[in-house]
Ligand binder design. Structure first.
Ligand SMILES: [Zn+2]
Ligand SMILES: [Zn+2]
Length: 378
């Protein structure tokens, strides 16, 4: 930007050359409020240019040293001596960021009305729930009691006793925020006296003790689909906390923890179960009653079953809670070697060993245990 075209900073802010810092600040606020780009969406570009111009003027004139340089040398003095303000995009962005909060002052000028009128979405709530393995497998319809902040109807959420009304907070003069100077910038923070509400309650509502909200226990019905697992998160729309000022309610998230089963191991929707069998059962074959997800299942062990063999019951695993198919149920057979033998048993094994010849050479590598999976039919 050619410096010669730059408008005089005092002119920009519409103040005299002898204006006090307070006057400059007040004038800048008015200008910034008028030209803040967020407030003039129709002619954003012009607004942004004006906002920048007044911000630049404010930066210089609110700083004693820079103002002195400017008074003596004009715009040229600031750019030459390095005392100027670097107005590249990032500076503007930084300034804008800092002023993001500062622009709470819109509320001061608007008498605080805007802040209170703004609707916000209520907070989301989280509810942790533990299910047994069987509950998770079958799905469950249950009710949960949820302590939740709800609006106090007695005072319409204002916290003031009926008929007593409110008064503007004396600390922040009803603005809800306190502004103070730090270097170039005016920083605002929430008024500690009224917590940003801008008003103080004369007499507290007896129902909510001035909070405007009451903790109530809400009973919510939950339908948990079959097949959920630890970490499954169920969203119940609109059952979070109500939004302030009549805003929409947040959501409720039910986070599940599923207890482990004594002998079913879960991998996704598939279930695994280890079944021990004896050497004679593995050798001669047998039929077993084994636990299934819904009662007992029959497991036929064929003659000559090896330890580690896996039998699959298709579709007897868990449901996919998202409505997909069902997982499978795997029985992993382990041949148990006896560890305590009577004298008679020992003799039998010795005789068996003498008549059974086996070559103890390394077995061929198996690519996967699943190569050995046999499907069970019927
Ligand atoms: Zn206050
Ligand atoms: Zn109340």
């Amino acid at each position: 930007m050619a410096k010669g075209n730059q408008r005089d900073y005092y002119e920009v802010l519409g103040v005299s050359r002898t204006a006090s810092v307070e006057e400059i600040k007040a004038s800048y606020r008015k200008a910034a409020l008028k030209w803040h780009p967020d407030r003039s969406p129709a002619n954003k570009q012009e607004a942004e240019a004006k906002f920048r111009e007044s911000t630049e003027a404010y930066c210089v004139l609110s700083d004693q040293q820079k103002r002195q340089v400017y008074d003596t040398y004009g715009h040229a003095g600031l750019s030459g001596a390095g005392a100027g303000v670097d107005f590249n995009g990032t500076f503007f962005q930084d300034f804008h960021d800092i002023f993001g909060d500062f622009f709470g002052f819109e509320d001061m000028f608007a008498g605080g009305g805007r802040r209170r009128g703004r609707t916000q979405r209520g907070a989301d709530l989280r509810y942790d729930m533990t299910l047994t393995f069987e509950e998770a497998a079958a799905g469950v319809a249950t009710k949960v009691k949820l302590p939740r902040q709800e609006y106090c109807e007695a005072c319409n959420g204002t916290g003031a006793k009926k008929g007593t009304g409110v008064v503007a907070c004396a600390t922040c003069k009803g603005r809800g925020q306190l502004a103070y100077q730090q270097g170039f910038f005016t920083i605002t923070r929430t008024c500690p006296a009224c917590q940003g509400a801008g008003q103080i309650i004369r007499e507290r509502c007896p129902d909510c003790r001035g909070q405007g909200r009451i903790e109530r226990e809400k009973v919510i019905e939950l339908r948990i689909p079959p097949g959920v697992d630890t970490g499954t998160r169920l969203r119940v729309a609109g059952e979070g906390e109500p939004g302030p000022n009549g805003g929409p309610a947040g959501d409720l998230y039910v986070v599940l923890e599923v207890k482990e089963h004594a002998f079913f191991e879960r991998r996704g929707a598939d279930l695994y179960c280890t079944i021990p069998i004896s050497i004679p059962q593995a050798t001669l074959g047998t039929e077993l009653q084994v636990p299934g997800l819904n009662g007992e299942e029959r497991l036929k062990i064929p003659e000559g079953t090896q330890s580690g063999a896996v039998f699959r019951l298709k579709g007897k695993g868990l449901a996919d809670p998202r409505g997909g198919g069902k997982g499978d149920l795997y029985y992993h057979v382990r041949v148990l070697t006896p560890t305590k033998l009577t004298r008679e048993q020992r003799k039998l094994i010795e005789d068996l060993g003498a008549s059974l010849k086996i070559e103890n050479k390394p077995a061929e590598r198996n690519s996967s245990i699943f190569d050995k999976v046999k499907d069970i039919f019927g």
